[in-house]
Design a protein around this ligand. Sequence first.
Ligand code: GRG
Length: 419
Amino acid sequence: MNLRWVLLRGLSSGARFHGRCTQRSFTTACCGSLLGGNPSVIRSKVLGSRETYLWGSHGLHDIRYQISTERSPTTEEPVDPFSLVADELSLIANKLRSMVVAEVPKLASAAEYFFKMGVEGKRFRPTVLLLMASALNMAIPEATANAVFSGFSKELRERQQCIAEITEMIHVASLLHDDVLDDADTRRGIGSLNFVMGNKLAVLAGDFLLSRACVALASLKNTEVVSLLATVVEHLVTGETMQMSTTSEQRQSMEYYLEKTYYKTASLISNSCKAIALLAGQTAEVSMLAYDYGRNLGLAYQLIDDVLDFTGTSASLGKGSLSDIQHGIITAPILFAMEEYPQLCEIVDRGFDNPENIAAALDYLEKSRGIERTRELATEHANRAIEAIEALPESDDEDVLISRRALVDLTHRVLTRTK
Ligand code: GRG
């Protein structure tokens, strides 16, 4: 797929990815509830609202700093999502460093460990959230405008940046705890915190980050947003527990796997996208579209992560870290392979403590369409994320349109990423 083509087509319905979805009926049957509502229904609801309210360019567009000030791309040019929000990402990185300062020196160095320059990760989540904030920077129907806070102001943008900071803190807290549970020794190319400072400090640093995230969340004084992000933390813990304690039947179920994946990976980004919309005083329909974008992007992201665990940067099997299967975690590629080769179920049941079982599973995976079908499912989710953006109320504001195109571009990057 030619990236330029996708971008030039912009938000027209042609912006979808066309994976060969021959297993569509399977995924629709098995994953229907997780894929979300029928996009045409969502779209008609929003268009329905449009007839009632005057959407469009009536907002007070008094903030422009979210779009890189050097020279904004025109609506026809390709966009780089990360450089569009580069200035703001640096602001957020600095703010995060100041937010995780602790009194006790040991806790201070543990808490700041993954916020130091160079180990901040891909900053995928704050990029999505800032772009979503700009993509929704449009007029709000009078009837639904939040009485306490509405309009497009610097203050609103700072509150939305705060969501990006909270999301990063929750994300890093979950990584710290996850590394303890997995006994990991590396993370982001350096020693994991548990490896460098021990399990106890890594757990405490995760708790500390979570507590700082709670304080920041409380400062927003929006109970709906507090409730959303509290639910995310519950989902992270639920997903992790679902992964570690499965019955044989659950380990072989695509539905169980997708539910766990939503909890572990997609809930954080989807609910944070929704929080961005709620803070802007957007309608329930628009907030739901923001949520749908995040959920489908998150699921596509994790499905590709699961492929990369087998293939790494190359297309051939066994080039990845094989970390999931070595930890006995069954992901989509193996689940699809099991449908084609039921003999694989027996191997999965035996577990993967014995390297011969891993080798046998990889043999079946190689013969099957497991990797291909996982990519196809990721493509379906990416397309649903695009549909959510397309269904947003119309706007003729250039920054809004560029941000929406950048969100579409991110779905492409998720599918083609190699790390
Ligand atoms: C303390 C909040 C809290 C939760 C504890 C351990 C646990 C419960 C949850 C673990 C959830 C988890 C680690 C999910 C993995 C999500 C995931 C795909 C992480 C990788 O994200 P990237 O690749 O990381 O975006 P970078 O390093 O780029 O930020």
